[in-house]
Design a protein around this ligand. Sequence first.
Ligand code: SF4
Length: 216
Amino acid sequence: MRTAHRAVATTTIQTQLDQHVTALLGCRRCPRMKSTPVSGGAIVSDVMIIGQAPGPREPVLQRPFAHTAGKTLFRWFEEFCGMNEATVRSKIYFAAVCRCFPGKNSGGTDRVPTPDEIRNCSSWMDDEIEILRPSLVIPVGRLAIMQFIDCAKLEKVIGRKFRVERARHRFEVIPLPHPSGASPWHKISPGKELLRRALKLIARHSAVAAKAASES
Ligand code: SF4
């Protein structure tokens, strides 16, 4: 009976998430964005990875973390959690601060989304938290981390676990630095050691460990 109830609940969540992703893909709230929204798909999961915003490749390849930063991120998960890219993509829900490519700024780097764009997009994340009720959220990069906790300095938050409440739900947050090659923070001390500590925390988290174990 209990199994039947759980199956019904999971089906309902899947339906809600399917509808949510369909609506998200149709969003056009931000006129300055240079692409349509990018989604990792309606993956029902108790773990969420939160990126910052897609780059120019992700809208073409139609998945988040599709280029160089993604290669590094998935290598981290493989090395510390024993989960390859396909497993991570099929077992963890991918969200982001903004789901559309913001375009380039005059210096040729990716434009940081404006506060109103971040505000526009935050309701999508709130809805995802309400639907999925995650036990673990992994924000990647300072902009994503700042949506959950203060982050004046990465040194103060990477390698630590936080309890956070958002969208009427409490969950744990383990932040990661952005894996893009643009910042060397995670390659040199103390970032290198703090990154290892953060990845070990993620690997030991019960929700992640269960997913890794189900693959082995
Ligand atoms: S950034 Fe978010 S709110 Fe803005 S158009 Fe894209 S999906 Fe919609």
